[in-house]
Ligand binder design. Sequence first.
Ligand SMILES: Nc1ncnc2c1ncn2[C@@H]1O[C@H](COP(=O)(O)OP(=O)(O)OP(=O)(O)O)[C@@H](O)[C@H]1O
Ligand SMILES: N[C@@H](CCO)C(=O)O
Length: 313
Amino acid sequence: MSGRKVIVRVPATSSNLGPGFDCLGLALGLYNFVEMKVVPEGSEVTVQGEGASEIPTDESNLTLRAARRVFDLNRAHPAGLSLRLTNNIPPARGLGSSAAAVVGGLVAANALSGSRLSSSELLNLAGEMDGHLDNVAPALLGGLTVVVPDGTAALGLRLEPPAGLLAVAAVPAVNVYTSRARAVLPREVPFADAVFNLGRVALLVGALTEGRFEFLASAMADRLHQKYREHLVPGLTGVIGAALKAGALGAALSGSGPTVIALTNDPEKAVPIAAGMREALGKLGLSAWTPTLVPDREGACTVETADGGAICS
Ligand SMILES: Nc1ncnc2c1ncn2[C@@H]1O[C@H](COP(=O)(O)OP(=O)(O)OP(=O)(O)O)[C@@H](O)[C@H]1O
Ligand SMILES: N[C@@H](CCO)C(=O)O
């Protein structure tokens, strides 16, 4: 096994999309790369790019831990492992960095040990390790995903995002840790708020799969989590409002924030939408990165297999 190497590409993800708290996610064309090589002994992790100074490189590294789970399950025991992580997804910004780290480790190790685990086994493992099925499902499967835990298993459905959809992200230069953003959520919500979200999440899935963009502004509204997180996410309401004013079809907090994601199907509107969101954050003294991203349709895939081929298109 020594010397065998794979490179896996994993997309960023935006979960919730407004009302779909913990169940909806969209894969985005912004990628982390995991190069995993079997070496004669020891383990070595290097990180370059986003989060390089904060992501651990010892045995606690998420990608390494995920890989070890798969090697154990596949009864493959590489003598040593070398991991080179090249990150374009900024951590702690609501773009699924930790989900990408886990999925990358699982998929790379599975590819190096005979691909014995199925996609649903990988989804269950990823959900167990990351704790956020709504990020790991789109990272693994690509596209628009609906996922729910059902007993000990996850039920994940991949749907095709509509043609021409673009996501303009406003990524402010502040960290919001998911654990903190969950701790501020209430234990109970008003029945009317639950009903508000139920209708909208159904409408949102239907609107996206049918390309009924005129429904998105209403369908991306939320009453279950965004208002409780407002104090952690600078300018949340103002940034969403600015995106809608600049012509976005709909906008919402990405995952647990602080990124806001705005959808459009008009490439020319992406520029004013990004400018509007930057301006709203600028009024608070915050700078933001505002990339326009296409939906990723492949999910985690192998850009270089152990025998030199490629699985990603
Ligand atoms: N690319 C990565 N590689 C390894 N560990 C990571 C990576 N990204 C995040 N982590 C780790 O995951 C843990 C959870 O981080 P955090 O709550 O910010 O999740 P996150 O996935 O970055 O959130 P988000 O979805 O908001 O980006 C932290 O301990 C962090 O160091
Ligand atoms: N659905 C989760 C995503 C965390 O990345 C949340 O909003 O807390």
